[in-house]
Design a protein around this ligand. Sequence first.
Ligand code: XIL
Length: 364
Amino acid sequence: MNPFHPARRPARRRTPASAVLVASALLATGTAAVAPAAAQAAPARSAAQDAAAPAVKASTLGAQAAQRGRYFGTAVAAGKLGNGQYTAILDREFNSVTPENELKWDATERSRGSFSFGPADQIVNRSLGRGQRVRGHTLVWHSQLPGWVGGITDAGTLRSVMKNHINTLMSRYRGKLYAWDVVNEAFADGGSGQLRSSVFRNVLGTGFVEEAFRAARSADPSVKLCYNDYSIENWSDAKTQGVYRMVRDFKARGVPIDCVGFQAHFGTGGPPASFQTTLSNFAALGVDVQITELDIAQAPSGAYANSVRACLNVARCTGVTVWGIRDSDSWRTGQNPLLFDNNGNKKAAYQAVLTAMGGSAVRG
Ligand code: XIL
């Protein structure tokens, strides 16, 4: 039996509204003179155009990524928004923001049915007001999960709690966010290629991932729905293969999924040689891919440049997010894995990333 197949059958897929519109336009005029909508739209950039260096060289990460049709983002902590150096770098360099902890379950629903959004709203409103896109992180995750959820043993209760959590968070920001990490880190490390043990898998069964994505699509039909995980960058790893099989199965059965996030928390060696292959193999399934939490121990320039290049070389890799601004902001204490030092100065890796995107290096 397919381990990702829940008890419920997927809804029958309907004819897209756009196809209906074109068909009725043709009928109404009784002629083929009305061009299909797709032919009137601007042509998509070809892979060759996409790979070509842009004419204008920008001097910040966000602006230069935009030249390449992508975003460059960072994790943001609400508690740091009062720091002028932090916000100056944030607003100068980044055009996408992921709240680092503020949208997690333990921050938003500490007790059942009691929701709080103060710090999350602060980040979301500030970012949207400045034209920065926002990635929602994250709805269903075994970690930073309040004890009251972890203690649920009844499937009906957990199902309704999970759906209510998804629905409440997504409804609050409906139409405003770029993407949501609907399910985070559901796969086990090591060689099993299976879902890890968690209250969700153990009580709801392996179909919980599909149930979460279906609930998410109902809550906000416009936002991109992502599966996000770490240690899925190396193509031959069992964990990568497990996620790949799940996404392939979802696409085959019409389960709503739009993107896969590769956290990319790397050691000093940086990304595995197969990283670009992994990104393009996932993209070939018909999903966007993104680098969602990039940081690299000691921030070697070459490793950073390779990570960003892997994304640029894959047409459906829509953007890169680093997991913090200055080394002092990083969760990886003592590893100095980010693009700015403790004093907010650009590190060598910053210049390497900007150059890899075709930008002009400006010191400072
Ligand atoms: C980390 C945050 O950066 C820390 O502040 C927090 O204490 C723990 O979580 N994978 C994820 C992120 O998806 O949410 C994690 O963020 C890092 C690993």
